[in-house]
Ligand binder design. Sequence first.
Ligand SMILES: [Zn+2]
Length: 505
Amino acid sequence: MLKLRAVPLSVLLTIMCAATALAAPPPKLVLAIVVDQFRYDYLTRFRSDYHAGFDRLLTKGAVFTNARYEHYPTVTAVGHSTFLSGATPSMSGIVGNEWYDRETGKVVASVSDDSVKLLGAGGEGASPRRMLVDTVGDELKMARSGSKVIGISLKDRSAILPAGHMADGAYWFDPRAGSFVSSTFYFAELPAWVAAYNASRPADRFRGAHWLDRTLPSDTSVYAALEGSPYGNELVESFAERAIQAEKLGQRNVTDLLAVSFSANDYVGHAAGPDSPEVKEVSIQTDRAFGKLFGFLDGAVGMSNVLVILTADHGVAPVPEVNAARRMPGGRMPSGVVRKAVEAALIDKYGAGQWILSPSDVAFYFNRELIRQKKLDAAEVERTAADAARQVAHVFRAYTAEMLLHGTVDLEVGRRVMNGFYAPRSPDLYVLLEPYWLYGSKGTTHSTTFSYDAHVPVIFMGPGIKAGRFNQQISVNDVAPTLATYLDLETPAGSVGRCLSEILF
Ligand SMILES: [Zn+2]
């Protein structure tokens, strides 16, 4: 025992994880699920209405009740890049859904890539090239010959980022074409089974479909509209079934990985908010979609051979008016207020000029050329701007690049903003609002480090996993190293999490 105590705890945990992983037979399929915008409390608040997929996960899985994201901003691209890489944005370089690119002077998206073409529709392609780190899928591809890795979602970033660089394909929905598309990053043309699936016009069956008191359009505008309805998830589920069938996922005596992200919940949630009947309904329909997928896998692969992992990419804030009515704090911040205060302070102190290059109210990129011309100290300019921002009502924190680079920040919020900071892409100043305050004149949104945005489900279910309720605080960054250990793979390069050895036999 004395000798054992001399071994660092992290080493011990790794050894324990490795030993248990070797004992368990490898699963035929890893099904890695993300629900886009799904707060942890959607599992508990709607529990009695779940009788299918969520019910199965909650009764047969290892359920983490206190999993959260440890980065800012809690948005789609960042959550999805964290999920199977274990990396924070400071490691992955995926610092937002989009960011201002100083080199080109343009806002770029997390997966935008003008060197590749879209397949299945016109327009610019997309790829994982901006992600600096790898995923468990990449480790699987490097270690095992024959393993396939595929990503599927309505959104490009949600299909691409969890799948990784070596994926056999990532597919997302194009609402203009009404079909699933990909890019030349993966192959020269869409696989025949994808073309055949699209030719059957699978989205057309939702023309005029009803949910709650709503009716989807009966013309081609149904393609965009179905994304914001439970039918968006139904469509993704049906495409996932087709992928499993066509690619023989989990049916070839190797371990395959299928990452599926369900985005309809996010579109519904932004418009209606977490307390709405719409969010309850789309959650219940998501439970049914998962039930259908698990039922299909029972037949195709056998669920006893499938490891399922479920999480969400972020939560969401209550609608400010709903909060106001129940005497809770918060409100709507008019756009431009912080920006004008910052701009005025910089002009007042350093003279006229276009000081702010980026369009955001939250992430400020300053004009470094102007700072050089005027022979100013960039850090001092940042401090002037931050001080001005802090004077604005309902500004909670202001972090300069200098503070984030040197770690001179508070532990509660600043540490998480540091985790989200990658200097070549991140802004010179981040300005965060008080809890429950948000920009935008209607609906609601997410991005903060507060629990309503950061607390999400993490559930593992399958062979070698101990079922039960696990109340310890974990981070979503722990998923990737746990999965890598479970599969006996190298840990993805940027992983900062720990192996959740408590759930492994
Ligand atoms: Zn999202």
